[in-house]
Design a protein around this ligand. Structure first.
Ligand SMILES: [Zn+2]
Length: 296
């Protein structure tokens, strides 16, 4: 048993997609403990923010799993509750990143975000502009907001289940999520049956604790026999780099750059992953030369 448990812990995060054999429902299940652990530790988040951001990252990965290649989805939540904003961005090939900010003076709220807005942006192949939808938050708990968004704005009856479990030190121990969507032709009574099933489902992290993989979890929660359509690893991964930051800094004037140097503002922090980069004197010299070259 101990060996089994260790094996589960070493497994890489993964998302798996399936469709019922009758074609009326599709679903994706993700086991992304490392992603949510990374988000919690990179951004030093409290429990409420970890759950809210963890759900958003999980939701973004699940929605991205139905996209193609480097197509991208970004979820932006803003609220007046304890959590002020959440950003979660994922691409189909398994990268996901994001952050959460807290309200200094939150409104009284039973949910993490309280009242506010959800903006969903998709960058798709063959479309010049990203497609964007905005809705008011339904409950501010991320789960209902995302389900409501897909059902109302995109007219696809959809339900999310997110489950994040913590250890005795309040560190994320397990994270599992699923998205179920009705396909055209699904009967309303079957859709209600699916909603009913997931309402009474045991905690998804308990399946993971027992060593079930994403495919086995899908088989537990889907209403009928399924065909697995895809499975892929997922990582918390940010494409930031020192050279990308420098690419932004060359748009400054020489005066601004030199005042940064003089004031010792040499630390750059990526808001998405909280990675820190340091500029040394030779970086400042190089940027100065590049700026001067561009201006000439
Ligand atoms: Zn980054």
């Amino acid at each position: 048993m101990a060996d089994d448990v260790k094996k589960v812990w070493r497994e890489r995060d993964r998302v798996t997609r399936a469709i019922t054999k009758d074609g009326f429902f599709r679903a994706a299940v993700i086991h992304n403990t490392a992603v949510v652990q990374t988000a919690q530790s990179n951004h030093s988040l409290n429990g409420v923010a970890t759950i809210a951001l963890g759900r958003a990252l999980t939701g973004a990965s699940l929605m991205a799993s139905f996209l193609k290649g480097e197509e991208r989805i970004a979820l932006m939540f803003s609220g007046d509750g304890p959590v002020k904003s959440i950003y979660a961005e994922a691409i189909q090939v398994g990268e996901v990143r994001g952050y959460a900010t807290l309200n200094d003076d939150p409104a009284e709220s039973v949910s993490a975000l309280g009242k506010g807005l959800l903006k969903v942006q998709r960058v798709l192949y063959g479309k010049m502009e990203p497609s964007t939808g905005i809705v008011e938050l339904k409950r501010g708990d991320v789960t209902s907001d995302l389900g409501h968004y897909l059902t109302q704005s995109e007219q696809i009856p959809s339900a999310f289940v997110f489950d994040i479990a913590f250890d005795e030190n309040d560190v994320v121990r397990q994270s599992v999520g699923c998205l179920i969507q009705a396909m055209p032709g699904a009967r309303p009574e079957d859709i209600f049956k699916v909603y009913d099933t997931i309402d009474y489902l045991e905690r998804l992290t308990e399946f993971a604790d027992r060593g079930y993989d994403t495919k086995q979890i899908l088989q537990q929660i889907m209403p009928s026999d399924i065909n697995i359509t895809a499975t892929a690893p997922v990582d918390f991964f940010c494409r930031c780099s020192l050279s990308k930051f420098k690419g932004v800094l060359v748009t400054l004037g020489v005066g601004e750059l030199e005042s940064m140097r003089a004031q010792g503002h040499n630390e750059l922090v990526c808001q998405y992953c909280n990675k820190k980069y340091h500029l040394d004197n030779s970086d400042f010299d190089e940027l100065r030369e590049q700026i001067l070259a561009i201006r000439n």
